[in-house]
Every structure is written in structure tokens, then in C-alpha cells.
Design a protein around this ligand. Structure first.
Ligand SMILES: [Fe+2]
Ligand SMILES: [Fe+2]
Length: 366
């Protein structure tokens, strides 16, 4: 069993050295042809090419997810050896705590979980003879200049987000399901109408108070937006996994995304209603007209039962969407549309699109 010191060391060497665990474990010091058709064809070992492609895409998304959560943790989470790097931003952390006094703990724990997701999937890929995923050459985006953030290259951009909060009403509808083509109104319409920071870009963003609270509120809704995506992605892709053990990996990680989502759904409802005086972004009172009621009331965080598979079947409380067709490409588009990759290179998008296309080409073969 790994000691805490070994764990700390390996985590730190990832953060500083930038060598992904999987690549290091195989002694391969460069990014192999991940995402290329050749990689799927020749390096899948005892896994089918389709299973390898699904796990590689999930690994890539988990690396990206870790990158964003690490930025949140440096500024608004608990700083310790489990998730090292930042020094914390007192005012941003305090604004986040207006959503729940334990926000820093939850941010820390979500961040640590994400590290383990991609570490594990990469190590598992290697154990099955498949090349691990490494995105280090794309760590080129700037860090926040606010007090508390490390100054290192990032994979993701949390400073120009366009956040789709329609999951709020999607999980409250008793009749609609996105897999039937149904659409859902957002809880915070303003977050879809511009580009907003979810972390302070520099220390000027720490005032006035309502501006900083709007940034913390944006983060609060973004947390749930990210995690509901993971909640859908894993069951969507699991339907096309062939190998039983690989399926176990997917089925065992996926529900932890749902645990995250459920927590963040609850906390987002505590975001103080306000208008950001610097840009007009409105966080409405979701418990009062024209909001409120079954679709918006903030304590209705359990999924309502809804239509599933066929409208002639009884309603069921389910994760939605879970349609498997195009799920990987859809997840990549969802993250791209929210502005998470603003500033990334064409090579990054090409690689990610290839990984998604290969995962979406996977078919269950038994
Ligand atoms: Fe994850
Ligand atoms: Fe997650």
C-alpha cells in the first residue's frame, strides 16, 4: 500500500514535473500517438480497440477535469499535501462559503478525486497494454493572477465561462428527457449570455463584494454543471464497453461524478441572489416568481422521475441524458461551448476531437 509520503511525492512530481503517471510508468517520456487511428489499432493489447478508445477519452477528460478543479482548489479549497500547489485566496474562499461553510473541504475532496480518476485510468490502460494519455504539452493557458494561485501553464480556462445551467430544470422535469430531444430552460439565464470568470482573474476582482460573490456564484453553478456532465458521460459510454473489467472501471468511477453533482446541486441553490455591479450578471431568487415552484425551488435536488426509453413505459428516476450515440463528441462540444478551452491550440482541439471520434466509433463486440 502506498504511504502518504509516497502519495505526496508522486502527486507533487506530477504537478511540478508534468510527466503523467502512465507515461512515467511505462518509461515513455513523450506523448505517443494517442488519438491517432494507429494507436487504436496497434496498442490495445488485451483490450479491444473500442474499449481502449473509450478509456483513453475518459482519461483525457479526467485530466482536463483535474486541471480545472486544481485551479479552484488553489484559490478556494483547503491547501494540504493531498492537493498541493496553491496558497488559497481568503476573500474568494469566504465568498464561496456563503454557499456552504464546507465549500473549501468539498472543493478539496472533489479535486483529489479527479486526480485519482485519471491516475487510475491511465495506470489501468498501461496494465492492459494500452498507451496512457498525456496532455502536458497543452498546459499553455495562463493562471489567475490573484493571490493564492500557482503561476503555471493550465489546460483549461475558468475566466471566460458561459455556463449552461439547464440541468437544473432537466432534473426537475417529470415529463421531459433530453434523449427524446426535449430542451430545458436554464436556472441562471445570464450565465448563458456572456463570458464570466468563475475564479478571480487578479486581485482587482476581489472587490466590490457583489462582484466577488458573483464570481463565487458562477463557480458554484459551474461545479454542478461539470459534474452533471460526468454523471451522464460514464453511463453513456459504458453501454459500448465490451470487456467486463473495463466496464467495472467505468461503472465504478461514473457514480462518483453523480455524488459530486448531487452535492454541488445542493450548494448552488444557496448562491445569494444578486446583480454583479460590474457587468450586470443576475443571479435570480430561484424561490420567488417568475422562478420558484417545481422547476426552480432550491431544495428540490433529488432527480424527479421522468420518461425513459419509451413514453409508454412508466416514469423512472434516472440520470439523463444517457444516449450513447455520439456521447464522447457531445461531451467535448459541451465543454468547448462553455469556454473551458478558450486560448487552446488547434493541435489540442484536433487531438481531443480524434479521441472523441474514436470513442464514439467503439462498439460492443460480445
Ligand atoms: Fe472525474
Ligand atoms: Fe468529476
Amino acid at each position: 500500500m502506498e504511504t502518504s509520503e509516497q502519495r505526496k511525492t508522486s502527486r507533487r512530481s506530477f504537478l511540478i514535473g508534468g510527466a503523467a503517471l502512465g507515461a512515467a510508468a511505462t518509461g515513455v517520456g513523450r506523448v505517443l500517438a494517442v488519438g491517432s487511428p494507429a494507436a487504436a489499432a496497434v496498442s490495445s493489447g488485451s483490450l479491444s480497440a473500442g474499449d481502449a478508445a473509450i478509456l483513453r477519452f475518459l482519461s483525457a477528460l479526467e485530466i482536463l477535469e483535474t486541471d480545472l478543479w486544481q485551479q479552484y482548489n488553489e484559490l478556494g479549497g483547503i491547501q494540504d499535501s493531498e492537493v498541493p500547489g496553491g496558497t488559497g485566496n481568503r476573500r474568494y474562499t469566504a465568498a464561496l462559503k456563503n454557499l456552504d461553510s464546507d465549500m473549501d473541504q468539498y472543493i478539496h475532496d472533489n479535486t483529489e478525486n479527479e486526480f485519482t480518476h485519471f491516475d487510475f485510468i491511465n495506470a489501468y490502460l498501461v496494465s492492459r497494454g494500452v498507451q496512457a494519455v498525456n496532455l502536458d504539452r497543452f498546459r499553455t493557458l495562463p493562471s489567475s493572477k490573484a493571490t493564492g494561485a500557482q503561476q503555471i501553464g493550465r489546460l483549461t480556462n475558468l475566466m471566460q465561462l458561459t455556463v449552461d445551467t439547464s440541468w437544473w430544470t432537466r432534473y426537475r422535469s417529470r415529463t421531459k428527457n433530453p434523449d427524446f430531444g426535449d430542451t430545458f430552460p436554464p436556472a441562471v439565464p445570464g450565465l448563458l449570455q456572456g463570458q464570466f470568470p468563475a475564479i478571480p482573474r487578479d486581485d482587482k476582482d476581489l472587490t466590490p463584494d457583489k462582484h466577488l460573490q458573483a464570481i463565487a456564484n458562477t463557480a458554484g453553478f459551474h461545479f454542478a454543471t461539470i459534474e452533471q456532465g460526468g454523471t451522464s458521460l460514464y453511463p453513456s459510454l459504458a453501454q459500448r464497453v465490451t470487456d467486463v473489467e473495463a466496464l467495472r472501471v467505468v461503472l465504478s468511477i461514473g457514480p462518483t461524478e453523480a455524488m459530486h453533482f448531487q452535492t454541488w446541486h445542493d450548494k448552488a441553490g444557496n448562491a445569494p441572489p444578486l446583480t454583479d455591479p460590474t457587468n450586470g450578471l443576475v443571479f435570480p431568487d430561484l424561490n420567488a416568481p417568475p422562478f420558484g415552484g417545481e422547476d426552480f425551488q432550491t431544495n428540490l435536488i433529488m432527480p424527479e422521475p421522468t420518461t425513459f426509453l419509451n413514453r409508454s413505459l412508466p416514469v423512472c428516476s434516472i440520470v439523463r441524458p444517457t444516449n450513447t450515440s455520439g456521447a464522447a463528441s457531445g461531451a467535448l462540444k459541451f465543454l468547448t461551448d462553455m469556454g473551458l478551452f478558450i486560448g487552446q491550440s488547434n493541435a489540442f482541439f484536433t487531438l481531443m476531437q480524434n479521441l472523441a471520434a474514436e470513442a464514439d466509433a467503439a462498439t460492443r463486440t460480445c
